[in-house]
Design a protein around this ligand. Sequence first.
Ligand code: MG
Ligand code: ZN
Length: 195
Amino acid sequence: MEPRPSDAPAARPPCRALFTDRDGTLNPDLHYLKEAERLELFRGVRGAVAMAHRHGFVVICVTNQSGIERGLYTREDVERIHHRLNELLRPGGAEVDAFYYCPHAPERRCACRKPGTLLFEEARRDWNIDFATSAFVGDRRLDVEAGHRLGLLTALVPDPNRAAQTAAEFAKGDLLPDLVAATFESAVARVLARG
Ligand SMILES: [Mg+2]
Ligand SMILES: [Zn+2]
């Protein structure tokens, strides 16, 4: 028998994921947030993440952080924010299982910046995720676009502070989310209700 290469990933059973955007979805978008202490969660997020876990979803955050390449903050700042985000979630009994972020500016036209799908593909490999039974919640068109490309159920939670821009982004009508919800919590409840 061939010995298994020592670097082969452990076989995980297939799972479904609740993918989520970060800024404007889990927390108010403070625009190039650098200081973890300023992070706040939207009301209901803590309970919703725990509810997704109880329903057997892994919770994976995929976020564009072009502020890194723009020199506005560092990877360490972003990782502190993610650590803080999980500290804020923990009293609800569940955390984000993994964070994947794109550090590039849009001009680079990388494959990892949403609506690019590279980070989702990485997560799929790392967690053995079944996209067909997974969902993505986000506040912008680029979130819906990424989810749509991958065959995920797409849920839009429009940021009330940029309602006009969001409406304009979808005005062409060529791309629509599977569902629109007023809050992350209600988006998650509706995703879970679909079974
Ligand atoms: Mg966002
Ligand atoms: Zn990138």
